[in-house]
Unconditional design. Sequence first.
Length: 255
Amino acid sequence: MPLEIITVPCLSDNYAFLVHDPQSGKTAVVDAPEAGPIKAELSQRGWELSEIWLTHHHDDHIDGVPELLAAYSATVVGAKADVHRLPKLDRAVSDGDSFTFGGEVVHILDVSGHTIGHIALHLPETAALFTADSLMALGCGRLFEGTPAQMFASLQKTTAMPDETTVYSGHEYTASNAVFASMVDPENPALISRILDITAKRKNSQPTVPSSLQLERATNPFLRAHDPAIQAHLNMVGAAPVDVFTEIRARKDRF
Ligand code: ZN
Ligand code: FE
């Protein structure tokens, strides 16, 4: 039986995700911005929380952990590199590590850039990729700790993943990301049609997360630094993709 994944809106624009294995009855949550909505979703479904997977140390991804641990005996998983600034970990993981959850393999990728030690979790069987504030819908996280080259390398780790991979990112920033993307890549028909879809969804207060890797590859400027039209628009024809990425990230910071 495939895993079930539920999006849980938290705070003003964060997302947590429940990953449920019907076979074993286990449920993990990816990030814990606040406990209330996560507990409500769990109890409504009659699920117990078994694991908490943390992507990075920022408050809006970990603040709900103590209250969740008070209600459930859950295993906390997070980056070894961040043990000093994450809630107490039961399992500290690094790039290339994997563990099993309900009979499925979960791969850990270091996707530093937004922070050093930010991880993504990849479940190839379910084709799910939890990216939080690394690869985001139509964007990528702001570089608080890492360099543009680090974020570029982190995003490159998705290169070999199939188009059908579903991308679960950490925030509802897509509408403002779309305004920026359309300035960098104004003629891209896939982007133009995605923006229509985003506008319609937000008008009805629907989430634009998750998305797919196929859609991100077609429309997200941060995955398109190699694209001739974007390079031409930035006057960077023939430049190395990492340099084009750096320029796009710098423009987004000023945006
Ligand atoms: Zn963050
Ligand atoms: Fe965040």
